[in-house]
Design a protein around this ligand. Sequence first.
Ligand code: OAD
Length: 243
Amino acid sequence: MTPQAVREWVREARRIVVLTGAGMSAESGVPTFRDAQSGLWANFRPEELATEQAFRAHPSMVWEWYALRREMIAKVAPNAGHLAIAAFQQRHPGRLAVVTQNVDGLHQRAGSPGVLALHGNIADDRWLDAPRACCDAQAPEAGTPPRCATCGNLRRPAVVWFGEMLPAAELEAAGEAAARCELMLVVGTSGLVYPAAGLARSTRGRVVIVNPGATDLDDAADALLAGTAAALLPLLLDEERNP
Ligand code: OAD
């Protein structure tokens, strides 16, 4: 299947879902999850850091890992792929829904409306344990999570960790969008993490995978486009562009 043929599918589809993963932001300079880690965390897999258990056992280490990611994300910008999606949504209001596993907020910063962020947003915090009346975050020492001086409750990143439920409203809306769409573009995800990956298996629409490598969802695809998000999405979504 060629990008030109998929452009035709885009033109025909009244409802489109773009399901994105970490590879969507790779060309903005955000490392993907399953890239090799470096530094202090070289010996940990994300699955070992991104859990409540890890945070309770090593709050400062996990907080620092997120602090570094937050700092890095604050410095990067949406790439041509994010911008092509947002521009399509502006030209065709209500026709394309973005469902993302990314917590970097780059779709939102590109101008995409109504992004369904299944794994939360890294810029936000919340209390680790249900907050009590005393809970008030104190300025932390550098490298430690803010805590309540009275009960010790900690602030944690408001992202979905392994073993946690996804936000119900977002998941439901994403399921509905997937069920209704005629075309789903699956961009930059390894397809290994559920329930997000299940959206590509549950849709009755055509499934197109945009990824430079193989993914766990390739068997569910009607077309595989080998290439990057920033190179291919403008080609697929910008009608003005010559193929
Ligand atoms: P992964 O790191 O598992 O996969 C990234 C995918 O992006 C791979 O398939 C790469 O081939 C592809 N890729 C790399 N560069 C790309 C580019 N420029 N354009 C397009 N694709 C590219 O990331 P996710 O699938 O997003 O969950 O991981 C899913 C979830 O696992 C994450 O949301 C996170 C993680 O643990 C939670 O934190 C709950």
